[in-house]
Design a protein around this ligand. Structure first.
Ligand SMILES: *Cc1c(COP(=O)(O)O)cnc(C)c1O
Length: 404
């Protein structure tokens, strides 16, 4: 069981008032709030450690390098990656996917196929469109059903020896659907395709085991798991990271440079050109420690309770339409009131202190499928409470009355 009161005390921002009302933060799918240990670790880095890594012989540079590499080891352990050099620091999910898609864009050929799904965030669609354009490969899409679930029978039909890479999300940011990635990975491997999992929306709720999943790439953002913005991780299997060309050229990623030819550094440095977000990488490890101390089993169980409670309370409304009604869902609820624009609801409940996301959630194909401009999305974290859900429901009642 979680001690929610003490957990909430870790998050200074949660005591804020917005428009004179206590903040109810239900926009965790967009970014998570930061606990005090994370905030303090950022200051501590600049107060006590700041130096460039891997470059200096001097004391501070070695301390910074050690602490940065310790953070990589923590994240390796968290993901159960086989090797620490399979864990690359990035600036976030978007960067990680672009790195992999850019590499595939260079090694794919006309006739090769890339598979994404109808449920993807734009950042797991557009980089693959670039890769297809550049290489002449074809982009195929796994369709979804009215419940917002990917259609696995259709997926299996799309697979062929031409399939080279399948890129899907673990959990949908717009609908909360938990996708059957174990099955997706297994079937892709049967035809020899690699699999990239966009874990941006899964990593706040669960602890992925990349070896058990057997995925080839797993990407996520630090800011959605209580870490700093501008941080993220790309896990890649050694054999794939060796096969892909480097993404950015610069310092740190080379072995030898002459004007005629450059040879690349070994992993992970081949993909970590330039001075990284050193403070961010270190503090991402602090965020991972914080979440593991609470325990992902506890987080998952409690968030499911919040999801069930919120779903039940929302079902009290007449004229409410839910999007994403799979039985396999994380703590994200997308909905609309009949005849009312989601933005109007979001703006009114903001006046009452409640923060939700309204719009297409960077997933326009999903909105097109349902033929709507967007949804109201409430996404819950382990620091939210049922009392906050009650405040949210009361705010929605007021908004609905005003707008009907
Ligand atoms: C947030 C999100 C992204 C993009 O993450 P950034 O942190 O903006 O790079 C990609 N995919 C999913 C499923 C997301 O939720």
């Amino acid at each position: 069981m979680l001690d929610i009161k003490s957990i909430r005390a870790d998050f200074p921002i949660l005591t804020q008032h917005v428009n004179g009302k206590p903040l109810v933060y239900f926009d965790n799918g967009a970014t998570a709030q930061k606990p005090q240990v994370v905030i303090d670790a950022i200051a501590k880095y600049y107060e006590e450690i700041n130096a460039n890594i891997h470059r200096g012989v001097h004391h501070l540079s070695q301390v910074a390098t050690d602490v940065y590499e310790e953070s990589r080891l923590k994240i390796q352990k968290h993901l159960n990656a086989r090797h620490s050099y399979e864990v690359l620091f990035t600036s976030g999910t978007t960067f990680g996917i672009n790195l992999v898609a850019n590499g595939f864009g260079q090694i794919l050929k006309p006739g090769d196929e890339i598979i994404v799904s109808h449920l993807e965030h734009h950042s797991n669609i557009v980089p693959w469109q670039f890769a297809a354009e550049r290489s002449g490969a074809t982009l195929k899409v796994i369709p979804m059903n009215e419940k917002g679930e990917l259609m696995m029978d259709e997926y299996v039909k799309l697979l062929s020896p031409n399939t080279k890479i399948v890129a899907v999300n673990h959990i949908s940011n717009a609908l909360g659907t938990i996708n059957p990635i174990e099955f997706i990975i297994e079937k892709a491997h049967e035809v020899g395709a690699a699999v990239l999992i966009d874990g941006a929306q899964a990593t706040p709720h669960l602890k992925p085991d990349v070896q058990a999943l057997d995925c080839d790439f797993y990407v996520f953002s630090g800011h959605k798991i209580c870490g700093p913005t501008g941080t993220g991780i790309l896990y890649g299997k050694e054999k794939w990271l060796n096969q892909l060309p480097p993404y950015q050229g610069g310092g740190e990623m080379i072995k030898e440079v002459t004007f005629e030819k450059t040879t690349y550094a070994c992993l992970p440095h081949k993909f970590e050109a330039g001075t990284p977000n050193i403070a961010g990488g270190i503090v991402l490890g602090v965020a991972v420690d914080y979440l593991n101390a609470i325990g992902f089993d506890n987080i998952e169980a409690y968030e499911q309770e919040l999801l069930d409670y919120a779903t039940k309370r929302l079902q009290e409304f007449d004229g409410i339409e839910f999007y994403g009604t799979s039985e396999h869902k994380a703590s994200v609820i997308s909905f609309n009131f009949t005849g009312i624009h989601p933005y109007d609801v979001g703006a009114i409940i903001d006046k009452l202190g409640v923060a939700v996301r309204t719009g297409h959630h960077c997933a326009q194909p999903i909105m097109n499928y349902f033929n709507i401009p967007g949804t109201i999305r409430a996404s819950f974290a382990f620091y939210n409470t049922k009392e906050e859900i009650d405040i949210f429901i009361e705010a929605l009642k007021k908004a609905k009355t005003m707008l009907s």
